[in-house]
Design a protein around this ligand. Structure first.
Ligand code: AMP
Ligand code: MG
Length: 411
């Protein structure tokens, strides 16, 4: 089978993963979801002029000549707290005691902070500073005007956006839902959890790792279980996934072995494309769309390789961008940086792009530095666990010490 270039495989997948239709959600329930509407203000913010300081609301004209040596004496006619407007009008040589956030009383046009005043008694205050009109006053609409697009369609929901939408009184906002991503592991040799391993057994690491990756990527993980190398068990898990999920990840059973039954089952359920991608790790990959009964949109299935490092790298390069597209993101890929190698990252020419597991640190010379995170075999999950980046090594002999490499940041 001819090797497919990674960008071609990625495009094939992206062309078949449609963005999920928007739903209404409370902003606080939609953290990380992509916002599907422009959020337009209907009210000004602040809604009324208020003070930015604790102090005295005054008429600028009355305190124009005030200084520490020549304080101005004003009559204090009221105290106003946040949430409780004053009914009094500030007239000539009068002031109102005012607390941060309280509405400016009618007649006053500036605030003198309390530190620049002295309360002589209940009714009299000395003002030590002049205050230009508008001093410490937050004007109506200084932050937001009615009609402003405050949050733009296509942006992800962040905590600050949750805040501003709450400020605007928006209780429901249209967002693309998190894709529900089903994960199934296959293999007779696999067991879940602790306990003593019998000869030939290993623990299922792909399912926990892929479920965690789905969650960490902002998707909703759905555990479809660990199934044996058995056609009907695999078919049951995939049919359950097709009914409950927006996309599915299988791991194992897609290479050229005798019991690669995921291949057999998916071949019956979907129009699958079996690929050998020109990358290392994660060369074998399968992709297809399974029909969902009662729906026009099918369920994309990503047949990831079984080797633990391969399955995670395959997720990163092929599944995650497509799932982000389904979630409505414009930015599909992990950020890439340029780094300098602190040790050689060697490889052999083989027609493939290699993704080396590296540790990456931003150093005082203003550059990112990388080192190998350990053994680079596709079964060596410890190095993947130690890594925070994948160095992209184009076909060739790799990078010597001090050379530049592109690194995809994993967190
Ligand atoms: P397969 O593609 O099913 O032949 O699996 C390739 C390799 O990955 C074999 O060594 C499997 O034991 C291993 N493997 C498959 N699935 C998992 C899994 N869920 N967790 C850990 N290792 C796995
Ligand atoms: Mg297997």
């Amino acid at each position: 089978m001819a090797l497919i270039a990674l960008p071609d495989a990625q495009q094939f997948v992206l062309d078949r993963c449609a963005v999920l239709p928007p739903v209404g959600r409370a902003p606080g329930e939609a953290l990380g979801c992509v916002i599907a509407q422009d959020c337009v203000a209907t009210e000004p913010m602040p809604p009324f002029a208020n003070t930015a300081m604790d102090g005295y609301a005054v008429r600028a004209v009355d305190v124009a000549g005030a200084s520490p040596d020549t304080p101005v004496h004003l009559q204090v006619i009221d105290t106003v707290l946040a949430g409780a407007p004053s009914s009094r009008r500030v007239g000539a040589e009068q002031a109102v005691r005012i607390m941060t956030g309280a509405p400016m009383p009618v007649g006053a046009d500036a605030v003198v902070m309390v530190e620049r005043t002295n309360a002589v008694d209940e009714k009299t205050v000395e003002i030590f500073d002049a205050a230009p009109v508008g001093q410490h006053v937050r004007g109506v609409g200084e932050d937001i005007d009615p009609g402003d697009v405050v949050v733009t369609k296509g942006l992800p929901m962040t905590p600050a956006r949750v805040g501003v939408l709450a400020e605007m009184g928006l209780e429901s906002v249209s967002v693309h839902p998190r894709p529900r991503v089903g994960v199934v592991s296959t293999g007779d040799e696999l067991v879940a959890g602790g306990g003593r391993l019998k000869p030939g057994q290993i623990r299922d690491s792909n399912r926990p790792a892929l479920l965690a990756l789905a969650r960490a990527s902002g998707f909703e993980p759905v555990d479809l279980g660990l199934v044996a190398d058995d056609e009907s068990a695999i078919a049951d898990a995939i049919e359950r996934g097709a009914a409950e999920c927006d996309a599915m990840l299988t791991s194992g059973g897609v290479s050229m072995g005798d019991v690669d039954l995921v291949k057999v089952v998916l071949g019956k359920l979907a129009d699958m494309r079996w690929m050998q991608i020109a990358i290392r790790p994660a060369k074998p990959f399968a992709f297809g769309v399974v029909d969902r009964s009662g729906s026009s949109a099918g369920v994309p299935v990503f047949g990831l390789p079984g080797n633990p490092v391969s399955s995670l790298v395959s997720f990163e390069l092929l599944a995650r961008p497509a799932l982000r597209q389904m979630a409505g993101h414009a930015q599909l890929h992990r950020p890439q940086i340029q780094a300098v190698t602190d040790e050689a990252l060697t490889r052999r020419p083989d027609g493939k792009t290699h993704f080396a597991r590296v540790r990456c640190a931003y150093e005082s010379d203003g550059r990112y530095h990388v080192r190998s995170a350990g053994g680079q075999g596709s079964h060596q999950l410890a190095a993947m666990a130690a890594a925070d980046g994948l160095a992209v090594l184009p076909d060739g002999v790799g990078a010597g010490v001090g050379e530049r490499v592109d690194v995809m940041l994993l967190d």
